[in-house]
Structures are given as C-alpha cells and as structure tokens.
Design a protein around this ligand. Structure first.
Ligand code: UD1
Ligand code: CA
Length: 466
C-alpha cells in the first residue's frame, strides 16, 4: 500500500532576516517556523517527512535530527530544484500523494492540509494548489485559472504581466501532488524565467499542458502568510498570538488584558484560569483550572496544577501540584517539583528539588539539589550550599522540620524528621530527627562597652578641635 509523504523546503538563505540563524529556525511564539510546519504535517496524519536543507545545513539538520529525513540541496537553484533533490525518496511513494510545503510559512492548519488532501483525492487531481484571495497580492505567484476553473498556470510576481499582476488569487505555497505525475514534471523543469530558477510553480503548467488536472483548494489568506524579514516575522507573531489568545478565551480562559501576553501553540490551559498582562507561556506548558498566572510571569515547559498562583515569577521545567502559590519574584529552575499547597515566596530560587506538601519557603532562600519534606518551614534566608566548586551534593530536610532564619545547610547533609535549626546556623553535620542544631558562636555581652567607646572618641574629637 503506497504511503503519502511530505517534502518541506528549508534550504533558502533568507538574506532579508539578517541573521546567523537559518530562516526556517526563526521563531513564531518561541517555536521555530520549521517546527510549526512539521507539527502541522504530523497532525494532518503524515508520518514520512523529508526536509530539504542547504544554507545553514548543520543548524537545520541538528535541529530536526531524529524527527524527519533530511535531503541536501547543495546549490539553491529554486523551489522546483529543491523538490528534485528528494526525487529518489519520492520513488518509494509512487502510487501515493506528496504534500509540499515551504519552511517559512508556519501557519497552515492541519485541518486545511487535510481538507486540501481530501479535495485532491476525491477529484483525482494530478496536483492541488492551496490558494488564497488577497487585496495585496504583491510578491506572490498568481493563479491563472482555465475555463473549467482548474489551474492553468502559476505566474511568479517577477514574471507576471500587468494584467496578471491584478489577479487577486495567490499561490499559498502548499501543494498536494500525485507522486506519479510529479516525478516526470520535475525532470522536465527548465529555468528560463526572470530569476533563472527551477520553479516548482512551473509544474502545474506542464501538467495542465499534458491534459492532467490541477485543482485549487482555497484557504484563508491568514494561513498562507510567510516571513522573509523581521517585520513579517513580527506580523506572523501578532497574528498567531491573537488567534491563540482568542481560542483560549473561547475555551474558558480569562485574559482581561492582552498586553504583553504571549502563549505558544503547544500550551494548554484549564477553565477559569486568569492570565494577566506581561505573561509569557512558552514551549509545552500545561496549566490547570482556576489558576492566576501573572502579571509578569514567564513559564517554559512547565506543568501547573489546579488553583495555583504564579505572580511575577519565572518557572522553567518545573511542576507545581494543586494549590501552590509562587511569588512575587521567585525563580524556579529545571527539576523543581512542588507538591500540593506549597508556598514559595519572594526572592526564592529553587532548582532540581522536591518540596513536600504544605511546605513554606516564604522569603530570600536558595534551595538546590534538595529533598524537602512535607510541612516544613524554612525561615527567611535559608540557603543550601550544594556546590563545593567541583561537585554538587544533595540536602535532605525531613517532614515537619523548622529551619531557623539564615541557616546555611552545607551539603551533603540531612535534617531528620521534625528537627530544628537555630537561626544563623551553618549546619555541616547530619541532625537527627526531633533534635535542635545550634551551629554558631555563642553570643558575648560586654556591659558598658559602647558607652565607654563613645566617651573615648568624644574626648579625642575634643582634643583635635583645640
Ligand atoms: C514562493 C512561490 C510563490 C508563492 C510563495 C508563497 C516559487 C517559485 N514561488 O515564492 O509562487 O506565492 O512562495 O509564500 O515557488 N527554497 C529551497 N531551495 C531553493 C529555493 C527556495 O529550499 O533553491 C525554500 C526556501 O527556504 C523557502 C521556500 O523554499 O522556505 C520558498 O522559497 P522563497 O524564495 O521564499 O519563495 P517565494 O519567493 O516566497
Ligand atoms: Ca517565501
């Protein structure tokens, strides 16, 4: 049974981005454009994906490694030439269909790709071009239809006559091809055009010339938008941002003000959660119901349970169970796992640590590489000294411990269940459960010392004055 496949073109230089980074790796809502395209193709049910690389080949290949098959285009001689490089792979898909997409147009939905594929199959077409109508077609290939409503040709902007330039239906840059019809058409491509390139857009013309049917599937123009420069990238970000925020609102998320709110495409949010201004949710975040996130919070690849609060804080690869409150001004780094009802307050940093249910880390603390039990109270300024300059060590704080203010726990070290430490202690040895550790020098009080010193200095000052 022949299997459908997809070819994504990602070899172009993208000069107008003025960047060290490959154009297709430029991000929309913190996700590289190429990943949007790959994910849409997967979501449309296509598993075999070929990505054509060229400029910045190493970067692009490293980025997609293990997820797709790459094909190298040594010289960028045009979009048709790029697809030609995948011809040996396409041989394996004879009898099936191939979806061709450009890596710099990230907003196609899986639904549109699938619907266009269904249109292609139902009408037994040699090719189906996803097109769109726009009031400003400048820069795009124009769609020339024949008397039967089929596509006769695609004319590139640079090759178009004045009359053709007025056509408002454009080539969206996504195509379904019958592989059996595509392979000979690619082999016959020539570069006799304004840019001296092998245009993929010449394939429909040659098919139509041979009497093969090329159809159009009209999609919303917003889905076809691409980015060749930073301003267009900004416009893609804005369009994607507004669409995503609207989808969340329609699903019961409260966003009273959109200012500075950016939510990536792979974030899920439960009902009745409120997202406040200046909040960025990036990567794969999962946010529960009834939370308040923001203002001014940045969450990356993190999971937040129901009824949590994250105020003016940053979370990366962190998991919060239900009812956790964070902030203001906390920094939760990779590997933080806070269990139910934990409170992490202002100027607290946690890294690679588990914090047990109901535990409080209210102020000015660093907890790194630690296992903190349930019902612990860490006083202001509790610090774990987890690093000796060469290696990292763990700290264990048992259930129900009370860590006095400004305790320094020098790892590896453990506090047994219910232990106390005296304020200002530097704890270097394990403390058994139920014990108190006092690890500081004893206070001395010198009666009258201050008065005597003051009298002495006043006497000296008096002598200088004379
Ligand atoms: C292309 C279409 C145009 C369409 C528009 C939609 C052609 C000839 N023109 O124009 O009809 O309206 O997209 O956005 O196809 N690439 C390669 N190898 C190459 C050349 C390009 O991999 O040799 C890749 C680029 O990295 C890019 C994509 O193909 O991702 C499209 O190329 P680009 O030069 O941006 O084409 P457009 O001028 O936008
Ligand atoms: Ca382009």
């Amino acid at each position: 049974m022949p299997v459908n496949c997809a070819v994504i073109l990602a070899a172009g230089e993208g000069k107008r981005m003025k960047s060290q980074k490959a154009k297709v790796l430029q991000e929309v809502l913190f996700k590289p454009m190429l990943d949007w395209v790959i994910d849409a193709v997967h979501a449309a049910g296509i598993e075999q994906i070929y990505v054509v690389t060229g400029h910045n080949r190493e970067q692009v290949e490293a980025h997609v490694q293990g997820r797709v098959t790459t094909v190298y285009q040594a010289q960028q001689l045009g979009t048709g030439h790029a697809v030609m490089q995948a011809a040996p792979m396409l041989e394996r898909h004879r009898g099936a269909n191939c979806l061709v997409l450009y890596g710099d147009a990230p907003l196609f939905s899986a639904a549109t790709l699938q619907a266009a594929g269904a249109h292609h199959e139902e009408n037994h077409l040699a090719a189906t071009v996803i097109t769109a109508f726009t009031t400003d077609p400048t820069g795009y290939g124009r769609i020339v239809r024949d008397g039967n409503g089929l596509i006769q040709a695609i004319v590139e902007d640079k090759d178009a006559s004045e009359e053709q330039k007025r056509i408002s239906e454009i080539n969206g840059g996504a195509y379904w091809f019958s592989v059996d019809a595509l392979l000979p058409a690619l082999a016959a491509l020539r570069s006799n055009n304004a840019q001296e390139e092998y245009y993929l857009t010449d394939v429909p013309y040659s098919m139509n010339f041979k009497g093969q049917k090329v159809g159009a599937y009209v999609a919303p123009f917003a889905e076809t938008a691409g980015a060749n420069d930073r301003y267009q990238l900004f416009k893609l970000n804005e369009a994607a941002r507004k669409a995503i925020l609207t989808n969340h609102m329609n699903a019961g998320v409260s966003i009273p003000c959109r200012d500075g709110v950016m939510i990536g495409p792979d974030v899920t949010i439960g009902q009745d959660t409120q997202i406040l201004p200046g909040t960025i949710l990036r990567g794969r975040c999962v946010i529960g119901r009834g939370c308040v996130i923001g203002p001014g919070s940045v969450l990356t690849d993190s999971t937040v349970g129901d009824e949590c609060v994250v105020n003016q804080s940053q979370l990366t690869q962190t998991t919060l169970e239900a009812g956790v409150t964070v902030g203001p001004f906390a920094h939760l780094r990779p590997g933080t796992h806070a269990l139910e009802r934990v409170h992490i307050g202002d100027f607290v940093e946690v890294k690679n640590s588990t914090v047990g249910a109901g535990t409080k880390l209210p102020h000015l603390s660093y907890i790194g590489d630690s296992d903190v039990g349930a019902g612990v109270n860490c006083g202001c300024g509790t610090v774990t000294a987890n690093y000796d300059g060469r290696r990292k060590f763990r700290t264990k704080i048992g259930d129900g411990c009370f860590v006095g203010c400004h305790t320094c726990l020098v790892a590896p070290v453990s506090l047994g269940e219910g232990a106390y430490t005296a304020a200002g202690s530097v704890v270097t040895d394990d403390v058994p459960g139920g014990a108190l550790a006092v690890a500081r020098s004893r206070q001395q009080v010198k009666p009258g010392w201050a008065d005597e010193r003051r009298a002495l200095t006043e006497e000296k000052d008096g002598q200088k004055g004379k």
